[in-house]
Design a binder for this molecule. Structure first.
Ligand code: 5GP
Length: 116
């Protein structure tokens, strides 16, 4: 069940601020408050969905494509396509997800260490 009071829902409702990187009709990208790399951007769709799997269930094909094209747009805008980056989405308890609104982490700007 989607919790309307999760922190990213509050950011979408503009109840709390964010350091915006990109916004369009369907998605919002902003800098992580506790960056794990020199560049650490979070990307979220603007509709309520808890995880990657929930996003795929609820979004239609056009919206899924639009979201991932926006991820690529941000990658282009912050100029990391050629230096490299890591995309992560944590899902659920075992995945270590803290905020229950589906999001993609874009980590870049330096060599990202091993996952463990
Ligand atoms: P998760 O562990 O759910 O994949 O990642 C949640 C991310 O949200 C963490 O990297 C955390 O630093 C970030 N975060 C949590 N609260 C806020 C906030 O209020 N603003 C921003 N910009 N990021 C947040």
């Amino acid at each position: 069940m989607y919790d309307e009071n999760n922190i990213f829902a509050k950011i979408l409702r503009k109840e709390i601020p964010c350091d915006k990187v990109h916004e369009d009709e369907f998605s919002l990208f902003f800098n992580d408050i506790n960056p794990q790399a020199k560049i650490h951007v979070l990307g979220i769709p603007k509709f309520p969905c808890t995880t990657f799997s929930d996003f795929l269930k609820k979004a239609d094909d056009e919206n899924i494509t639009t979201f991932f094209k926006s991820v690529q747009l941000v990658i282009n805008n912050i100029n990391i396509e050629h230096t490299g980056y890591r995309l992560i989405t944590n899902s659920g308890e075992d995945g270590g997800q803290e905020v229950a609104h589906f999001h993609i982490h874009i980590l870049a700007g330096e060599k990202i260490g091993s996952l463990r």
